[in-house]
Design a protein around this ligand. Structure first.
Ligand code: TYD
Ligand code: MG
Length: 472
């Protein structure tokens, strides 16, 4: 018997240590170390035994093309990089109640209509009746999907490892599974890692696509060791603001397609339905001629998308002004505010600021800087940004507006949705001199420095003045 069978494992990064501590020595996380039991002695180094020689091949050979399985839910197929690859493992993470089980059941049913497809849905969280009830609600109860409620990895593997192996397997969720020769509780790092490893290697051997549902921690990362994300081929996050019906499926890692691709869905009373033209939807409820709003022409993955950015500024009642941001990075907001104040002399420090990206979308692009600045200036001066104008551009610390990628696609999307103007960085060519000027029928206002935005808004304000005087 080994001297000690107890090890202490950080639940954040998976590092193990021999003693308990309040803080992980590897990742620095507090209170993440949990006692776990191990069986057997720790692995030793390689023995003297010789291995088999591996064959090296040339890089330029022909590669195998993967046949893709299409669910015909276009938004989902796009996020997966154009359909599912047999033998791949996909980890789907998201907040509780966001709709992970719902979308995977819908996808499973959609895939089961393909010829010779055998789709299996294994739930460790819900009973068979609960899954049936959901399927009934979604109007999918007559689909050819096999259900099971199981949590033992050994049982699952025994059931799937036969000649009639399935084409798609959904496991909801990886945190409920356990491997019976480990003593630690389900959901701990060792259990999650081992369960995933066993299932992924079976998926590769048998060639089925494996979906693993993963819980997220309160910081929004998938619970369990980071290695879980390294082990799988695709990591998808299902996100959305509570209270909004929009849900966004975002690929953050994809070995078979581009990462950062998103699919937009709407949660309805009969499940998730895909949104084919998200731009039209995100800007649908705009009000006419209101100050403090601008339309940002962004790029999500390979797709241009227009969203409305709203800002509200109000004189602060307290010593420290409030900064509340929904859907954007608060550090970036601080930077834009600092640039407006220091480089353009706009006085903001006495104002509370609320910034919101309408529709519950989360923007990560720096290209939104100029749109945020426009919304802020518009709110401060009470001058609306022209209704039919989109804005994009990155702001540098000296107040310069920098070029961003894919200007052409952004302008084209704006044109398609009936906009007639755009505020863009001055140089919106590519860096190579060979690239042509992007032609557009929009009335493009080029901004080199943030000052120009302020001047533009000043002129817009003066234009409005006579009308205001009449109404007063
Ligand atoms: P669920 O898929 O169970 O979430 P997760 O697996 O991510 O925890 O989704 C549950 C939520 O979705 C619940 O709050 C109710 C809502 N919902 C609908 O609004 N319409 C529907 O048709 C279904 C099935 C669920
Ligand atoms: Mg669920």
């Amino acid at each position: 018997m080994a001297k000690s069978d107890v090890i202490y494992i950080c639940q954040e990064c998976g590092a193990s240590q021999s003693q308990w501590g309040g803080r992980c020595g590897s990742c620095g996380e507090w209170n993440s170390i949990v006692e776990e039991l191990t069986t057997g002695s720790p692995p030793k180094g390689l023995s003297k035994k010789r291995g088999r020689k591996i064959n090296f091949v040339e890089l330029k050979g022909t590669e195998e093309t993967y046949p893709r399985m299409l669910s015909k839910i276009a938004e989902f197929d796009r996020v997966c990089g154009g359909g599912l690859v047999p033998g791949s493992a996909i980890l789907v993470g998201g907040d509780p109640g966001i709709g992970k089980s719902t979308i995977l059941l819908q996808v499973c049913v959609a895939l089961s209509f393909a010829k010779d497809a055998r789709c299996v849905y294994i739930s460790g969280e819900e009973s068979i009746d609960q899954v049936r009830m959901r399927a009934k609600r979604l109007g999918l109860s007559d689909a050819n999907v096999e259900l099971a409620s199981a949590t033992s990895v050994r049982d699952i593997i025994t059931s799937l490892n036969d000649n009639n192996s399935p084409t798609v397997v959904v496991v909801d969720s990886i945190q409920t599974l356990y491997v019976d020769n480990l003593d630690s509780a389900p959901g701990t790092v060792t259990q999650v890692r081992t369960s995933a490893q066993e299932l992924i290697s079976l998926a590769k051997r048998r060639g089925f696509a494996l979906f693993l549902v993963g819980h997220v921690t309160k910081e929004g990362n998938i619970a369990g060791p980071k290695v879980l994300e390294h082990m799988v081929d695709c990591v998808l996050y299902f996100e959305g603001e509570r209270g909004h019906q929009f849900r966004i499926l975002r690929a953050v890692k994809n070995r078979f397609g581009s990462a950062d691709e998103i699919g937009v869905f709407e949660m309805t009373d009969i499940g998730l339905s895909q949104v084919e033209n998200p731009s039209a939807l995100f800007i649908a409820d705009r009000e006419n001629g209101v100050s403090g709003a601008s339309v940002f022409a962004g790029i999500e993955g390979s797709r241009p998308m227009l969203v409305e950015i709203q800002a509200l500024t109000a004189p602060t009642a307290f010593g420290t002004p409030r900064r509340a941001v929904i859907g954007w990075d608060s550090n970036r907001l601080s930077m834009v505010l600092a640039v407006l104040e220091a480089r353009c002399g706009v006085s903001i420090s006495g104002h509370d600021i609320y910034l919101n990206v309408a529709g519950g979308l989360r923007i990560t692009e720096p290209a939104a800087d100029l749109a945020v600045a426009a919304a802020l200036v518009s709110s401060l001066t009470d001058v609306p940004v022209p209704q039919e104008m989109v804005v994009f551009g990155e702001i540098g610390l000296s107040g310069e507006v920098r070029r961003v990628s894919q200007s052409g696609a952004r302008l084209k999307e704006a044109e398609k949705l009936g906009f007639n103007g755009a505020m863009t960085p001055k140089a919106h060519l590519g860096s190579s001199p060979k690239k042509k000027e992007i032609s557009s029928s929009l009335n493009v206002i080029r901004i080199k420095h943030l000052e120009q935005l302020l001047n533009y808004m000043r002129i817009e304000g003066e234009k409005k003045l006579p009308k205001n005087e009449i109404t007063n």
